[in-house]
Design a protein around this ligand. Structure first.
Ligand code: GDP
Length: 445
């Protein structure tokens, strides 16, 4: 089936994880994959394009933040942006049904699940909110559809307007409103006629009904599997009738839910509910996080990030843990540690992960022990020869001068690094035999 975004990004993130910060080229590469994944999830092209543009701006803006890894940064930005775009204001299932009787107009194409959704919502309002609900079908072209709503009404214990042959949709809407008012109903659902395609006659009829019904909510029901077409339908209905929200049906199927993003972006109207099956209870309030995860094709962002990190770090951790356990600690080890620290978000990042260390991280930073210092120390180690790294005792005055000059720094800074290394190496030796460093090394990875 679909290759998930996490699979697509696997290679990209592995590469990103090896570097310190997000470069423009990295972001571009990752976002190309994001765009393909969106298109595969049925997000329309212009919407995918705009979305990726917005994500890029955000990603570039926080290119050097101290979050865990660049890969995680990209995934998180994409996920958060999806949720942001998908989410409406306030709870999705809070229908405006104060001032009874409140009319809810149901619109959409034939076969989208309009009648089923009408009954599902009626049942929900009755059972969850204790509302007295009246159903009315306006599908004068299809007597079977009118029957269907009446049957569903009986099934869920909700009244439906008696069917009178020969009435127009507008006449039925009028009668339904009167009945709702006289009968003391809280909510009136008007299930309008659907066509197979958008056509003018249909739109005119829905407009006329809307003018009579004065709905508090106009919900567009769209088949979540239709993908691209959904955008045209939503645009058209919103322009001609004006909708207050969307219900996406068949989200229990294989669709990737990209239609949700497209419709939200194109109409600006929120997704309110999702249909999850044929049964009368199979409806849920729309949750942006769930659909964002589905569009991205990954259940758990954190798990993905962990995986990306593991690939690179597992072997290294293993190797270092072994050395530490033996009490070994040369310049290469120190460099690995410093690299690791930078990658995990510098001093602040590493210490921030350990409980109670936040304060210490701030103190360390105030004392000048920050990421710049980590980078300078790495530069110093980089300008040592292989031999010197393996055995820092070799470093006499002339070598020190060469190394410092190579890194563009003072010898005094190199001396500080050597002192720090010696302290750490001594500590390793002491602790190595107790097996404690192994634990520490593992905790650091
Ligand atoms: P309408 O023509 O728009 O009124 O569509 P219907 O309400 O008659 O639904 C058409 C078919 O889709 C029926 O067989 C429904 O049971 C089915 N259906 C509606 N909503 C869902 C849903 O969320 N999931 C699934 N799997 N089927 C649905």
């Amino acid at each position: 089936m679909f290759e998930s975004l996490s699979e697509r990004l696997g290679g990209v993130f592995e590469r990103l994880t090896r570097q310190g910060a997000l470069s423009e080229a990295d972001v571009e590469t990752a976002l190309r994959e994001v765009r393909v994944a969106l298109l595969e999830a049925d997000v329309s092209l212009p919407v995918a394009r705009d979305f990726v543009k917005a994500v890029k701006q955000k990603a570039m803006g926080q290119a050097v933040t101290k979050s865990v890894t660049p890969g995680q940064q990209v995934v998180k930005i994409v996920h958060d942006e999806l949720v942001r775009v998908l989410a409406g204001e306030g709870p999705a299932d809070a229908l405006k049904i104060d001032n009874p009787p409140a009319t809810v107009l149901m619109v959409g194409l034939q076969g989208s699940g309009k009648t089923t959704t009408t009954a599902k919502l009626a049942k929900r309002l009755k059972e969850k909110n204790g509302k007295k609900v009246l159903l009315a079908s306006l599908d004068t072209q299809r007597p079977a559809a009118m029957e269907q709503l009446a049957i569903l009404g009986t099934q869920i214990g909700v009244d439906s307007l008696p069917i009178v042959k020969g009435e127009s949709a507008v006449q039925i809407a009028k009668r339904a409103k009167q009945q709702a008012a006289f009968g003391g109903y809280d909510v009136l659902f008007l299930d309008t006629a659907g066509r197979l395609h958008i056509d003018e006659v249909l739109m005119d009829e829905v407009q006329a009904v809307r003018d009579i019904a004065e709905p508090r909510e106009t919900l567009l029901v769209v088949d979540g599997l239709t993908g691209q077409d959904a955008v045209n339908v939503a645009t058209e209905f919103n322009a001609k009738v004006g909708i207050s929200g969307v219900v996406l049906t068949r989200m229990d199927g294989d669709g990737r839910g990209g239609a949700a993003l497209s419709m939200r972006a194109v109409t600006g109207k929120p997704i309110r509910f999702v249909g999850l099956g044929e049964k009368m209870d199979a409806i849920d309030a729309f949750e942006p996080e769930r659909v964002a995860g589905r569009i991205l094709g990954m259940g758990d962002i954190v798990a993905l990030v962990e995986k990306a990190r593991e690939t690179f770090e597992a072997e290294q951790a293993e190797r270092m843990a072994k050395r530490f356990a033996k009490g070994l600690f040369n310049m290469n080890d120190l460099k690995s540690q410093l690299d690791q620290m930078l990658k995990m978000g510098g001093m602040q990042g590493v210490m921030g992960m350990l409980p109670g260390m936040g304060k210490m991280a701030r103190a360390a930073e105030e004392a000048g022990f920050d990421d710049r210092m980590l980078r300078r120390q790495i530069a110093l180690i980089n300008s040592m020869t292989k031999k010197e790294r393996a055995n820092p005792d070799l470093l006499q005055a002339s070598r020190k001068k060469r190394i410092a000059a190579g890194a563009g720094l003072e010898v005094s800074e190199l001396n500080r690094l050597l002192k720090q290394h010696k302290q750490m190496a001594d500590m390793m030796k002491k602790m190595g035999k107790g097996g404690m460093m192994k634990q520490v090394a593992k905790a650091m990875m």
